[in-house]
Design a protein around this ligand. Structure first.
Ligand code: MN
Length: 244
């Protein structure tokens, strides 16, 4: 008796799930007044916090577990929550993250800051690799780095100087512009995709130099954090972004 009921419930559940799946694929595409482009619901707001691609402890000893927990679960989560809130307040629905960045100069600061925060951190987690990536890049990305900077060490020196030279909070970037690589930085949560950014290009590599990214373990010593971070760089991912 009980078994039969369970079976029926299960069959019901499967039937309902199938219906939901059909309903999901049948969802209409949305048009937005401000963003004339037709977009598909899957890539649009409200946004969700992506999970870390590795354990909190995976980047030890270079970046400690508690920093990763707070950085991802509190800071990145807050950018997502506050972005969704600001979009609701500004009556923006079903917008693409990249579209927000490209119109950042015309949007309220809460949208500019939190859309940048969400985009930048989503990229940043993938710039590092569990168990330590590190080492030197190879293939096309290595050739492009040598062509632009001389040697890999020259590139690292330039990137480090840029990361250290960013006053206050911000990001250091390696970007591709017209096929060529350059290094630069942005303040706050700005990024090179924003219309408002002085630094332009396709982000290939990024480093968060906000104090919240290193203060618990490295305290005020940003240079120690930057040095430690090179042991983690996921060159496969960087190379993919360079080619893409
Ligand atoms: Mn951060």
């Amino acid at each position: 008796m009980e078994n039969k009921e369970l079976k029926n419930n299960r069959r019901d559940f499967i039937k309902k799930s199938a219906l939901l799946a059909v309903a999901a694929t049948a969802l209409p595409v949305f048009k937005n007044e401000m963003f004339a482009e037709v977009v598909s619901p899957a890539e649009t707001s409200p946004f969700t916090l992506p999970p870390l691609p590795y354990d909190y402890a995976a980047l030890e000893p270079h970046i400690d577990t508690m920093t990763m927990q707070i950085h991802h679960d509190k800071h990145h989560a807050a950018y997502v929550t506050n972005l969704n809130k600001a979009l609701v307040e500004n009556k923006l629905e079903k917008v693409k993250l990249e579209d927000l960045l490209m119109k950042a100069s015309t949007l309220p600061p809460a949208i500019r800051n939190n859309s940048g925060g969400h985009w930048n951190h989503s990229m940043f987690w993938n710039m590092m690799k569990a168990g330590g990536g590190g080492g030197n890049p190879s293939g096309e990305i290595a050739d492009a780095i040598n062509a632009a900077f001389g040697t890999f060490d020259d590139f690292k020196k330039k990137f480090n100087e840029t990361a250290m030279g960013r006053f206050g909070s911000g990001w250091a970037w390696l970007v591709k512009l017209n096929g060529k690589l350059t290094v630069g930085s942005t303040p706050n949560q700005d990024n090179p995709l924003m219309d408002a950014s002085e630094l332009k290009g396709t982000p290939v590599l990024c480093l968060d130099v906000w104090e919240h990214a290193y203060y618990l373990h490295h305290q005020n010593k940003r240079a120690d954090y930057v040095t430690a971070w090179w042991n983690l760089v996921n060159w496969d991912e960087v190379s993919k972004r360079f080619k893409g």
